[in-house]
Design a protein around this ligand. Structure first.
Ligand SMILES: [Zn+2]
Length: 495
């Protein structure tokens, strides 16, 4: 029924706001070619059964951590913290097999699609075998992730992680980190191995220096130069300032706080995503926001790990952009992340509708626009599709300016617009939280009033349906594989 590549929506959330009688057309590549409000419905068009929303990018994922969501919720030390959780996480990281990684990731990506995410940025640091030796094919686990994305239909931005040290100053990796280690040279070989694989399935390839504690200043400089030689538009993601101890260690090491150091020592720009920029001074936040970098916020994980509350007032005061990620997958639900982000700001400021804007007084709508645009930019998909899959093996796009494709990529857009991937979400207009409401109120009901029952009916990516009646089409088989893999993993760990 989609042969006409045409969808008609009574109500659709365009980048400019809600529009009526919207005709959406896409091409055989799965990109929008026309989006026309106030149109007539052609006889061969599909008709959306409810309000149509853009999909949201999940800008931060460690897929294997889905295997133990809910399994670290017990007191392991007198004062549990991020650091004691990390010790537990390393136990799972070092026991999981490639087959288990693929089963867990495939289930997770289907879960993400059903939860309103149409794109994922995978911050991939599990590289080697359980003894810490490289696999015969160094890209083995990365390929498991790519297959999971391809089989479920989620757009992927793959971010191999450069992880070299266990602390500031280049301290050697601990035994718990033995599967993570790469040097700049081996990372270059990995990126060159992955580039054609990503291009063949329209995945974007970038780089994630893990954090300032795990990558020395010299290595960071060399890695960024190496990446620029391959693709100067490739996204760069980094963990930064998640914990106050990390900030204190950074100050002790170099005399500066992490975000301040990045602003002063790198060419921070809109191709960067600062994940967990939780602990910044107001001045630090405004300086970083002015570079155009995206703040990568993971509200449910940051709550779960006791990280702290992001200073959104300083960030948006500096005109900063942001997006959301599910990180450890304690929660996989875009609407719940938005709700939790807004609530964290309400706790901190003792106000309501903190993230509403003058243009979008409905806070759910304002947050959706921000997360769609910020997420597209963080994923390296902000330029209406023209840069997707441009990273070629050993080649460079330098000297070939193409619209927004050069280093200073323009502000994120994404969403329902010509040139972007033909992704959309259809809300269930009959859901009790939504039935009988106007579209703007339906979105509010979806984010703030649907509780733990999803009000999403359908999800499409690249013009192909992935989710029907709230479930990914692979759901039943993928659940069985996930449960089997998790049981085997727990058995191997003696749990
Ligand atoms: Zn992370």
């Amino acid at each position: 029924m989609s042969s006409s590549h045409t969808l008609f929506a009574d109500h659709a959330l365009l980048p400019t706001g809600w529009a009526r009688d919207v005709l959406l057309k896409w091409d055989t590549r799965g990109c929008y070619t026309q989006i026309a409000p106030n149109a007539n419905c052609p006889p061969d068009a599909m008709r959306a059964a409810g309000p149509v929303l853009p999909g949201i990018t999940n800008l931060h994922s460690h897929a294997f951590q889905r295997a133990f969501a809910g399994l670290t919720e017990y007191r392991a030390e007198a004062a549990d913290s991020f650091w004691s959780w990390r010790t537990l996480m390393y136990g799972f990281a070092n026991a999981i097999s490639p087959e288990q990684v693929e089963a867990v990731t495939t289930y997770l990506y289907g879960e993400m699609l059903a939860a309103g995410y149409t794109s994922v940025c995978e911050f991939h640091y599990l590289h080697h075998d359980p003894d810490g030796h490289p696999y015969l094919d160094d890209a083995l686990l990365a390929q498991a992730l790519l297959r999971a994305a391809g089989n479920t239909g989620i757009h992927m931005t793959l971010l191999p992680v450069l992880y070299q040290a266990s602390g500031f100053g280049g301290a050697p990796l601990s035994s718990g980190q033995r599967r993570f280690g790469h040097h700049v040279d081996s990372m270059q070989r990995l990126l060159e191995r992955l580039a054609p694989l990503c291009a063949s399935q329209d995945a974007r390839l970038g780089l994630a220096p893990h954090s300032l504690r795990a990558v020395t200043p010299d290595a960071l400089k060399a890695a960024l130069a190496m990446l620029d030689a391959i693709d100067p538009t490739a996204p760069v993601h980094i963990h930064i300032a998640e914990q106050t101890r990390e900030v204190d260690d950074c100050v002790a090491f170099c005399g500066q706080r992490p975000v301040d150091w990045l602003v002063d020592h790198t060419d921070l720009s809109s191709r960067w995503c600062l994940v967990h920029a939780t602990h910044m001074t107001p001045l630090e936040a405004r300086r970083a926001a002015a570079t155009g970098a995206i703040a990568g916020l993971c509200p449910s994980t940051e709550a779960n790990l006791g990280d702290g509350i992001f200073d959104m007032a300083s960030w948006t005061g500096g005109d900063g952009q942001w997006g959301i990620g599910s990180d450890s997958h304690a929660c996989v639900n875009a609407a719940e992340e938005l709700q939790l982000l807004e609530y964290s700001q309400r706790w901190a400021t003792r106000q309501r509708n903190v993230l509403a804007t003058p243009a979008h007084p409905h806070v759910a709508e304002a947050m959706t626009h921000a997360a769609v645009a910020g997420g597209a930019q963080a994923a390296g998909r902000a330029s209406s599709g023209v840069q997707r899959g441009v990273l070629q093996h050993g080649s460079s796009q330098r000297g070939e300016p193409q619209g927004l494709g050069e280093r200073h990529v323009g502000r994120g857009q994404g969403g329902l617009q010509v040139g972007a991937a033909a992704d959309w979400v259809v809300l269930d207009a009959q859901h009790p939280a939504l039935a009988g409401l106007a579209p703007a109120d339906m979105l509010s009901g979806h984010v703030f009033g649907s509780h733990r029952t999803s009000a999403i009916a359908e999800v499409w990516t690249g013009g192909t349906q992935r989710v029907r009646a709230g479930r990914h089409h692979r759901h039943d088989a993928d659940v069985r594989s996930f449960v089997t893999a998790r049981a085997a993993l727990l058995g191997a760990m003696g749990r």
